[in-house]
Design a protein around this ligand. Structure first.
Ligand code: PLP
Ligand code: COI
Length: 345
């Protein structure tokens, strides 16, 4: 086996068909044993639950080649747990945690040629997803489901080579209070397509969504959580009393790294749009976004520019980025249980 011959540093964030994927079926009230297949096509009834009523959720995580050549994932147990929460909310049979982790390990091991080399800045994106496959015409859950995992090598999610991004405060909402915002329902992303196209056309990397009820509090972007750093280096994490922010694994890891490794204070609280101009730094965080410095927030004709500006990251955001990515790449010691071994060098 030899690595694929790709220009790893410039692959962008795009789908590339890789060799093998994992498939498991849910029939007659139980998950059947999954298998690996080379077949990337899915055939189903025109009336499938996913096609008619969007009964689907997904996860996103990455595999990394570390400095010593091993291949690892970062906290996939938390993706498994979040997928169980998503399934419960969408009336999809839960994917057992062991099945989820086995699928991850098997798919990555079957596509090792596609794991970007250490130091390339790219990684192998892993996309687990589950959908209602049998016919439903009255609004109710499907009886049959398919759980799949594919992988695709990716570079940075945001264009511009890790330089700070700009966000646009959206007039539209991503997720209703007590709706689907705290799970990874495909429907959340369909709901944001209109807004993300608009933001891109206007030159912004993403939208910054506010709480739908009052449009005064910061929630998150379409594909990442956000956080702030105040002038005392305290990390401030937006909290939603209406449960409409996705519980990002990257953000939860940042909280722990900030407290236990960098010895910073962390506060999780409601954050008003009106106060963010007083913060020293802002970051966007997620599996795809990693930790991206935010340089500017555009709020209805007003530009809130953070002191680091659009050319370089703020210092605390950079420290967090270096520490977290160091853990993922095996150059910084990670807390017990964070690194999931997949294959040895
Ligand atoms: N928020 C949204 C809406 C997302 O799509 C993602 C991506 O998964 C995140 C936050 C970040 O979550 P995580 O750090 O678990 O990838
Ligand atoms: C991820 O970060 O894994 C996501 O699912 C976000 C998506 C916008 C790519």
């Amino acid at each position: 086996m030899a690595k694929q011959n790709l220009d790893w540093a410039n692959i962008g964030f795009a789908y590339r068909k890789t060799d093998m994927r994992y498939v498991a079926a849910y029939r007659n009230g139980a998950w059947e044993e999954g298998t690996l297949t080379a077949d990337d096509q899915i055939t189903m009834t025109e009336c499938a639950g996913v096609l008619q009523y969007a009964q689907t959720c997904f996860e996103g995580l990455k595999a990394y080649e570390t400095a010593n050549g091993d291949v690892v994932c970062f906290r996939p147990d938390l993706n498994a747990e979040r997928m169980i929460a998503s399934c419960r909310r969408l009336m999809i049979p839960e994917i057992p945690k062991e099945m989820f982790l086995t699928a991850i390990r098997e798919v990555v091991r079957a596509n090792l040629d596609w794991v970007p080399p250490y130091g390339s800045g790219a990684s192998l994106y892993i996309r687990p997803y589950v959908f209602g496959k049998s016919a439903v015409i009255g609004v109710k859950p499907a009886e049959e489901y398919e759980f799949r995992v594919f992988v695709t090598p990716v570079g940075p999610y945001f264009k511009g080579d890790a330089r700070p991004i700009s966000l646009k405060v959206s007039d539209y909402d991503r997720a209703a209070p007590h709706g689907l915002g705290n799970i990874k329902a495909g429907a959340n992303y369909a709901a944001a397509l209109f807004m993300i196209e608009n933001a891109h056309e206007e030159g912004y990397a993403e939208n910054l969504y506010l709480d739908p009820a009052t449009h005064t509090l910061i929630e998150e972007t379409g594909g990442s959580n956000v956080f702030f750093v105040d002038k005392d280096r305290t990390i401030i994490i937006p909290h939603s009393k209406t449960d409409s922010i996705l519980p990002s694994i990257t953000r939860r890891s940042i909280v722990q790294v900030a407290r236990d490794v960098l010895r910073l204070q962390v506060t999780e609280r409601e954050v008003a749009l009106s106060e963010i101009a007083s913060f020293a730094e802002m970051g966007a965080c997620g599996t795809a976004a990693v930790i991206s410095p935010v340089g500017m927030v555009h709020d209805h004709g007003k530009e809130i520019v953070f002191p680091n500006g659009m050319e370089q990251s703020g210092p605390v955001v950079k420290e967090l980025y270096d520490t977290l990515t160091g853990m993922q790449l095996g150059t910084v010691e990670a807390p017990e249980g964070w690194i999931f071994p997949v294959a040895e060098a």
